[in-house]
Design a protein around this ligand. Structure first.
Ligand code: ADP
Ligand code: MG
Length: 697
């Protein structure tokens, strides 16, 4: 049944088929319902008039009242422009037009009072406003004394005279017709307990706020609603999963006890112990576990993963550990094998470069259940890899794997889905985690093993290179190893590769006696691994590389991380890279090298790195600086395309939304109670809109 809000926008007064097509293409708005949710991204305060004396070029826009004199057309062709002098009692500034000059000349008469609106700029000691909006003061009434909405539009739309004002007029038109069609979407007990305004008022005041208070009320209401329905969906998914999918029960802890007593290589941190308890509670619960384990670089996630696998193997099942790169898989394998062999647990490695003959044997022992732990890359996902009884899949460094891959691991045991533990070293701010992984349980290791010396981070400029080389030399003399990392991003791959090679050559010239490794993404995996292995063994002292070494690689003897063109990396990535050092007993250093000239945001990134080693603090700053869409691993998620809420700013509302959604579903999981009817209707209507939220399907 089509409703008012399903009406295609071409039927909107003043739009028509051609404009509608353009709006659909440019803004992805198809129906009245879509359109009304194209909220303003800011508002202009038209209640205030400034005086020329108060105006300066840092103001986003100003509104002035005054008279015009001295109109003058200057220049020819390209440079032709109309200037006019604008004066009030306090001073004067210049108005400039580059286009529509004749029209302005006809319309603007000297000696009459106008109101002028626009963005002030400064040229030399002269203030000016280019292409101001200009109107007779006597017309002021129909502009209204409100906050004016400003809508995002595209250049193509602007060229066809579909500007912010036009969108505003359309919104007015829709709102006029919509009054009897706007359906409340939040039950009144929720509205009243959280002091939220109703939907009708919210839609009106989000577009045409009567004043600041109404605007804030409208924003809170709509943000809450958006976050509430996201959380409701995620929590529902979790409940459904917990109900529908039985989990294998692991409760034989004999092996675990033996490992704790005889082979634990170091005392676990309190955080590690707590997390293991959380996971163990899942593993014996009879419900299928889907848990995200967050922990800063070096917080010791590997041993936690191993202990969980031991619980699984101890209960007669098999476990898998999947890593995103060959190097990492090898390293995990080398580490875990030490533990596994002590416990007489069979373990093997499977990657893309595993030989066919080895592979065949491996497949066989996996299928007959002899092999208990399989470590590898996404080669694990291939169809020929069949487990006898897969009980637990551990995935390291989640952001490298897609959701689809996660679900393919499930399919490795279709009798009873395996438990899944996703480990990530990219700390995610709480608000993001709640939205991206709101359907997962979350555990956090928020403590580093004792005795770690915090890494000292410095920000240096290209001009300090001699000093830096001196520092490298001293560290090598003391037996340490050094990483030097260059950015490599796809768009400028060739140039980046050249920088890397140039860097390598100048390092080789500066340290002719020192064996150096080089690793980058264009090398054959075999060569890469060979170089990496030489560095791990200590045969080479300097590793010149791109970010391929970013994830997980562990060389305790490496104590210096030098990052070239550090301004080109995001905060999370810088932090990841820094985490490659500081793994041994020695003092470690991270040196960020940038150009002397730096933008404000880059400067703040460098300062943040120098100030703190705390990954969560860094992630929060990253979120504030860049917004959720740009954070590592969130790019293609789609889960973050929010209409109005902002995960960097609306943490409080998000917590509230999650709390309320949880309590609603706890009380009435299928939303059948009459007081939740409204919620049920909204959930269904969103489902119809066919947003694919289910990330495990
Ligand atoms: P990440 O969380 O980055 O994967 P790892 O698991 O690689 O960290 O651990 C980093 C280093 O710290 C490893 O060398 C590991 O053996 C060591 N480690 C882990 N837990 C502890 C602990 N509780 N006490 C001392 N060292 C530990
Ligand atoms: Mg790790």
């Amino acid at each position: 049944m089509a409703t008012f809000f399903d009406t295609p926008i071409e039927f909107l007064k003043g739009v028509g088929p051609q404009r509608a097509e353009l709006i659909q293409k440019e803004l992805r708005l198809f129906t009245f319902g879509d359109f009304i949710q194209h909220y303003p991204f800011r508002y202009e305060d038209r209640t205030k008039f400034y005086q020329v004396l108060e105006v300066n070029e840092t103001m986003p826009y100003v509104q002035l009242k005054g008279k015009i004199s001295h109109r003058e057309v200057i220049g020819t062709g390209f440079k032709k422009r109309l200037t006019a002098l604008f004066t009030d009692e306090t001073g004067e500034l210049e108005l400039v037009w580059f286009q529509g000059i004749q029209w302005v000349l006809d319309k603007i008469k000297p000696g009459i009072e106008y109101m002028v609106f626009g963005k002030p700029n400064r040229f030399g000691n002269k203030l000016s406003i280019a292409h101001p909006e200009i109107e007779l003061v006597s017309n002021k009434n129909d502009v209204g004394g409100f906050l004016q909405p400003v809508y995002s539009i595209t250049e193509k739309l602007r060229a066809r005279h579909i500007d912010s004002k036009f969108i505003g007029k359309c919104q007015q038109e829709i709102l006029k017709g919509a009054q009897s069609h706007i359906r409340e979407t939040l039950p009144s007990p929720i509205l009243s307990s959280l002091k939220l305004i109703n939907k009708k008022d919210a839609l009106l005041h989000i577009h045409f706020p009567q004043n600041q208070e109404w605007l804030i009320a409208a924003q809170s209401r709509l943000k809450f609603e958006e976050l509430f329905y996201i959380q409701l969906r995620l929590i529902k998914m979790k409940l459904v999963r917990q109900e529908k999918f039985k989990g294998q029960v692991f409760n034989d802890t004999a092996m675990l006890t033996q490992f704790y007593k005889e082979h634990l290589p170091f005392p676990l941190t309190e955080a590690q112990k707590r997390v293991i308890r959380e996971i163990y509670a899942d593993l014996k619960s009879g419900k299928q576990m889907n848990r995200l384990l967050q922990g800063d670089v070096g917080s010791g996630k590997t041993i936690v993963g191993f202990i969980c696998m031991l619980i699984c193997v101890g209960s007669g099942k098999q476990a898998a550990l999947m890593a995103p790169t060959e190097i990492l898989a090898q390293q995990h394998y080398a580490n875990l094998r030490k533990y596994a062999e002590k416990m007489n647990v069979t373990i093997a490695l499977l990657t893309g470069s595993t030989k066919k003959a080895v592979r065949n044997v491996l497949h066989e022992s996996l299928q007959n259940g002899e092999l208990k732990i399989l470590v590898g890359t996404h080669a694990l996902l291939e169809d020929e890899v069949k487990f006898n009884k897969l009980g637990l899949a551990v995935i390291d460094e989640q952001h490298r794997f897609g959701v689809a891959q996660r679900s393919r691991l499930w399919q490795k045991n279709t009798d009873v889905y395996p438990h899944v533990l996703v480990m990530t070293a990219t700390p995610i701010p709480r608000t993001l985690a709640m939205t991206l992984y709101g359907d997962l349980e979350i555990s956090v290791i928020d403590e580093l093993p004792k005795g770690r010396k915090p890494i000292l981070t410095m920000h240096r400029f290209d001009s300090n290179r001699l000093m830096i080389n001196g520092f490298i030399k001293k560290q090598i003399e003391e037996g340490r190893q050094i990483y030097i990392v260059y950015p490599l991003i796809e768009e400028s791959e060739k140039l980046d590769l050249k920088h890397l090679m140039d860097g390598y050559e100048s390092i080789a010239r500066a340290f002719p006696e020192v064996p150096i490794s080089i690793v980058h993404g264009r090398m054959k995996p075999k060569d890469k691994d060979y170089e990496m292995a030489r560095f791990v063994k200590g045969e080479t002292k300097i590793m010149v590389a791109t970010t391929v070494i970013e994830v997980g690689v562990d060389v305790p003897n490496a104590s210096v991380m030098i990052i070239e063109n550090a301004e080109r990396f995001g905060l999370s990535q810088l932090h990841q890279l820094r985490g490659r050092v500081g793994r041994g007993a020695e003092q470690s250093y991270c040196i960020l090298i940038t150009d002397y000239k730096l933008g404000a945001e880059s400067r703040e990134r460098m300062q943040t790195m120098v100030r703190t080693n705390n990954g969560f603090e860094i992630a929060e700053t990253d979120l504030k600086l860049r917004g959720p869409g740009d954070l590592m691993g969130t790019q293609q998620s789609g889960a973050l395309d929010l209409l109005i809420a902002d995960l960097a700013k609306d943490g409080h509302l998000l917590e509230q939304a999650r709390e309320v959604a949880t309590s609603v579903l706890k009380d009435d999981p299928d939303l059948i109670k009459p007081e939740n009817r409204m919620i049920k209707i909204q959930v269904e209507s969103v489902k119809k809109a066919a947003v694919n939220w289910s990330r495990i399907s």
